[in-house]
Design a protein around this ligand. Structure first.
Ligand SMILES: [Fe+2]
Length: 266
């Protein structure tokens, strides 16, 4: 039926277990909770989530597995994220449509249909808050390291087209940070210069100046070390249309990174 919402979501590992969320990240959890309600109110049929922690080296992976079941202990931080079970339905047919649309546009999109494929924490952590009942089908997407920002943007356009024509109420989630030059010490904010860039980028989003924000991303991604080189944001810009307006729901720093919950709804 339509693309109901586009969402920038955070996945900082320290919010995985609610009882251990530090004070300076509670806004992120609050924002994700509000978005959980929105996803529910919109009677969402399917969620497509691109994660910065699902790295495709050469191709854009589309997880077409009909059922996503596993137990996550994060490779990068097993002390923070361990023994987290998940069990979500998938949407094989729609995933295959995404792959087909990507290929037709010259984008190397590759289907994964493999029940032993383990989800990453960039996928699992936000979904624990956004879909706690595990009752909405999920299609997980990788980022692709060999992709330019332009290719990720073009991939986003294809994703948006497929979701709008799908006959389903879809939500697209981009799971990743803004500034991401990481330092030790979870409480640390990005540097003042990085904060200035984050604030300018967010201001463009809030004003609906997506073209300008996308232009900014080219340098901002490099200077501020934006997570996944900004590919998850380039894809988000491809999915977005001008009539989808931004609303800001929460911010939290994590080890020098900037993380925000921002929805885009028409
Ligand atoms: Fe991350």
């Amino acid at each position: 039926m339509s693309l109901e919402m586009v969402l920038l979501a955070a996945h900082v590992p320290s919010i995985c277990h609610e009882a251990k969320v530090p004070d300076f990240q509670t806004e992120l959890v609050k924002g994700l909770r509000l978005m959980k309600d929105t996803i529910r109110e919109k009677q969402t049929d399917v969620i497509v989530l691109m994660s910065c922690h699902f790295p495709g080296t050469f191709v854009h992976y589309v997880d077409a597995t009909p059922r996503h079941t596993g137990v996550l202990t994060a490779v990068e931080c097993p002390d923070l994220i361990s023994d987290v079970p998940y069990d979500y339905p998938g949407d094989e047919a729609l995933a295959l449509e995404l792959v087909k649309a990507g290929k037709q546009a010259g984008i190397p999109a590759v289907e994964v249909n493999e029940p032993t494929h383990m989800w990453d924490y960039g996928t699992v952590v936000p979904l624990r808050y956004l879909v706690p009942n595990q009752d909405i089908p999920i299609i997980s997407l990788s980022v692709c390291w060999a992709s330019s920002l332009e290719e990720s943007y073009q991939w986003g356009i294809q994703i948006g087209n497929v979701l709008r024509q799908s006959g389903k109420r879809a939500v697209f989630i981009s799971s990743g940070a803004l500034s991401h030059n990481l330092v030790r010490g979870r409480h640390n904010k990005p540097s003042l210069s990085e904060q200035a860039m984050d604030n300018q980028f967010i201001e463009y989003l809030m004003k609906g100046q997506y073209g300008v924000a996308r232009e900014m991303l080219n340098q901002y991604a490099k200077i501020a070390g934006v997570e996944s080189g900004g590919r998850h944001l380039a894809a988000l810009f491809g999915v977005l249309t001008p009539e989808q307006r931004a609303e800001f729901w929460g911010y939290g720093q994590s080890s020098g990174s900037a993380n925000a919950i921002i929805s885009f709804v028409s």
